[in-house]
Design a protein around this ligand. Sequence first.
Ligand SMILES: Cc1cc2nc3c(=O)[nH]c(=O)nc-3n(C[C@H](O)[C@H](O)[C@H](O)COP(=O)(O)OP(=O)(O)OC[C@H]3O[C@@H](n4cnc5c(N)ncnc54)[C@H](O)[C@@H]3O)c2cc1C
Length: 375
Amino acid sequence: MGKATRPLAMVLGAGVSGLTTAYLLQRCGIDVLLVAEQFGRRTTSVVAGALWEWQPAVCGFYEAPPKAVLQREKRWSIASYERFLQLLGERAAGVYLRRVTFYLDTPAADNPFEWQKMVEMRPHVHGFCHDAALIDENGVNPAMGFVDAYAYLAPMIDTDMYMGWLLGEVLCGGAVLKPERLESCSPQQLCEFARNHGADVLFNCTGLGALELTGDELIPVRGAWYLVRNDGTDFAAIREAHCTALQSAAGGGEFIFIVPRGGDRLILGGIAQPYQWQKEIDEQSTPALGHMLEQCRLFMPALGQAKIHEASELRVGLRPFRRRGARVELESGAVPLIHNYGHGGSGVTLSWGAADEAVQLAQQALGLSAAAVAV
Ligand SMILES: Cc1cc2nc3c(=O)[nH]c(=O)nc-3n(C[C@H](O)[C@H](O)[C@H](O)COP(=O)(O)OP(=O)(O)OC[C@H]3O[C@@H](n4cnc5c(N)ncnc54)[C@H](O)[C@@H]3O)c2cc1C
């Protein structure tokens, strides 16, 4: 009886893409069966530095997607920015709005790529400012050679809280969880699997797992950061984020990524290592980790006393990079199959916009009018 009025969606994947999709589905009157091998802390989404960035983003940049795809990703970023602002009042979600400064090693006026990025993002973010004086004001080591800077207010998400909050919301919305790993099966077999569970539509939000499930060209871009205490004990607490601008970071696979996490921790990163699958690494096996930390301390001398002690943590994850850009697309089968994966180093930034588009595709495929199902 319920089935006649409430369709059922099977969502594969419980990272930020799957959970955001599930959240929006429920608000459109669609029930959710959430199938995933890993939940919570074992997903890549918990490893996200979770800084909102204009596209193409610095975090784990490997290669820009085609222009049309980039336009779409910019739209998704804008939608997410607005959504994260709404979540600021939701304490349990762990969303913060803080200033981030990006530092350039050439004047922005001589750098058409960064200039265009600044012009494009300006109308969509709060508190934008372009001022080379930020370098001194923020205590950046002049010897690092940065000559220009811009800043804006960005959502920064404490993923430990946020992923728990999202899962809680989806469970409160009535989602049923099914912990299960799907072994390499074809999209057709996935659709059969969904149909056998009574689903009317299937969402593939499996991140890098989509490589095995679809055969699509996905590349792991390994990233890592240290999480250190930021309560004023080891160094004066840092309340804003500091990053290298994309063109200043490109090439070496290392970039400055200093981002406050929650109320009293600080992320020190980062690295971007394509085709590296190994997540069990340390400074012996991967000297880039030590170098990353050294660069952060060199960049911001105030961090000189930042200690890696028992309270610190190293997080390592594989960004699900897709050369053609994130895939949000409908594929027909025994049930409509909607893909939402391949967000690279921007899965949190793109999450609300991409999920919204994926849900709209489902509404169209199921012949549901958006107006009829909207809450
Ligand atoms: C170091 C680092 C820093 C980052 N920083 C940022 C940042 O600052 N800003 C930002 O926006 N993004 C950032 N990212 C990127 C972001 O983390 C990812 O884009 C995002 O987490 C991808 O989310 P997802 O839900 O698509 O995939 P995941 O979080 O990987 O979730 C995939 C889900 O699918 C399930 N799954 C996969 N295969 C199968 C299968 N065969 N059977 C069953 N279940 C399966 C998994 O178990 C999991 O539940 C960063 C990533 C890293 C590693």
